[in-house]
Design a protein around this ligand. Sequence first.
Ligand code: ADP
Length: 632
Amino acid sequence: MSEKKEFKTETKRLLDLMINSIYTNKEIFIRELVSNASDAIDKYHYLSLTDEAVEKVDNYEIRISLDKENRTLTISDNGIGMTKDELENHLGTIAKSGSLEFMKKMEDNNDTDIIGQFGVGFYSAFMVCDKVVVDTLSPYSNQAYRFTSDGTDSYYLDEISKDSVGTEITLYLRENKEDENYDEFLDQFKIKRLIKKYSDYIRYPIKMNMVYTHPQYDDNQNKTGEETEIKEEILNSMIPIWKKNKSEVKEEDLISFYKQKFNDYEDPLLSMHINVEGNITYNALVFIPGVAPYNLYSDKFEKGLQLYTKSVFIMDKCKDLVPDYLRFIKGLVDSADLSLNISREILQQNKQLAKISSNIEKKVISELEKLLKNDYNKYLTFFDNYGLNIKYGIYESYGAKKELLENLLVYQTLNNESKITLKEYVNHMKEDQKVIYYASAKNKEQLLAMPQLDALKKHEYDCLILSDDIDEFLMSIMNKYNDIEFKSINQGDLDLLTDEEKDNIKKIEDDSKNLLGKIKEALSNEVSDVVISKRLVDSPVCLVSGEGLSFEMEKVLKQMPNQNEMKASRILEINANHDLFKAIEKISDNDDLIKDYALLLFDQALLMEGLEIKNPVEFSNRMCKLMILCAK
Ligand code: ADP
């Protein structure tokens, strides 16, 4: 009895793309199907070790057979097979996100060349055939099934009899067209070459019966006929790429392995091939994807590396191999030192995993340091994508990872065009400069508009521009770099004045005690102090925060639930050299007017700081009052 089923919409779109693909590199379908077969055997093997219901076998293999008469190419495996539900869920629907992403990309720019870079999976078969038949039996089902599709809207499911667990996929190749040759996929030597090219590292033997014809001659060297010899051959070398010696593996092999295994069409930013022998022996391949996944910071993102032991696949995303802040790395670890029967719970506490994870962490960091030194532009691309993670690394560990990571931080600064490291900042500090200055701003423009920058500009000191929410928290956790303190330009005392200048300010403060007192009284609910500024040069006023919580932190915390009561202490600084101050001095006897001025000054300072003013209507009323006064 045949059941007819509809493909899901997305699947139809993908099928359509495949069938109509004008892509010349159609041969990659074989890579995709062989890799599925290999994954299926991985899964079977793992279950046979962990589930008693699954029989142990030791003759894993992938087979390819060609039938010229019927124009079919068949790939079979003795892997996990599929139940009826699995057939529907895995082949009737697009299983993996890679395919979806691929479709988007295809539809966006119609660049067919990207097919080869994607893991496009099962459906790629439709680039070369007009009918696919999948026969499959799962160890969890008593019934075998056949899935048949010609790539149109629907597929068929039939009950069949099949002796052994596994999957057999038969492709009915298309007829040749003028410039499209499908016969080549019936050529055994071509297939042999393709397997070598794309699937050499597959761990299971890929077998094919090769047919050789030997001409026969008589004593006079006349051809009398042909003898046919059929030889079963293993087409692949079966050494997984990560098990090979580093020197044998070219960078481009690693890159193409990455793209295929992790369904990425971009080259990775970094590829690492790690062979470690010693206390723990393992091989690992670690990659930093070219572009951060869009959901890297969402709860749904799953970090982890694939885990193998003795080349047997154990799990897809082993979290314990990756510290949280390196969640963006992809790759795999294969260690002979882990027990195969390890249950997932035990796995989680495995000390060896922790050790491997810490080795990998160090390796990744040292490779990043190298990149920073040798290819700074590429490093900046890395930092644009993942810099926030490095910051989290320091922050989350409460500074424990500061030494490991601080040299990877780069910041935009006042005096530099592109981002620089902290080391560079320190190397270029002025002789009399004692601290590393920073300010929170979206960009240089915003920084330049900050009144608090006046004093720094005068001294020509550089200033880090902090643009991530986490930055100020990070600075307060790091506290120092190479024993040099970090200092916010709008917090606390900047201490940039000569003794003479300090004396001068002290004198002004004494002289204006009465006036400052009145302003402070008018603002008693708003600020903790009103002082003569030691940092302002051109601007009339500014708001700074005391030590501890800063305005930036206040803004960030305000966005978080249950934190909105946290406030930075506010200090209003007045520029005694500004004409405005001189004007206020003149009206210092008029208490009402002073009060208005004080409130206006405060609101202005708030606005400049990017903070909200409490009462915009009152602010406007006061402005109007003054404007009218002025015009009289
Ligand atoms: P992917 O392999 O990347 O998940 P595919 O479209 O190639 O995407 O395959 C979809 C799913 O179909 C696989 O995830 C797997 O569950 C199932 N599948 C494909 N080929 C086989 C096979 N030979 N044996 C068992 N299951 C398979």
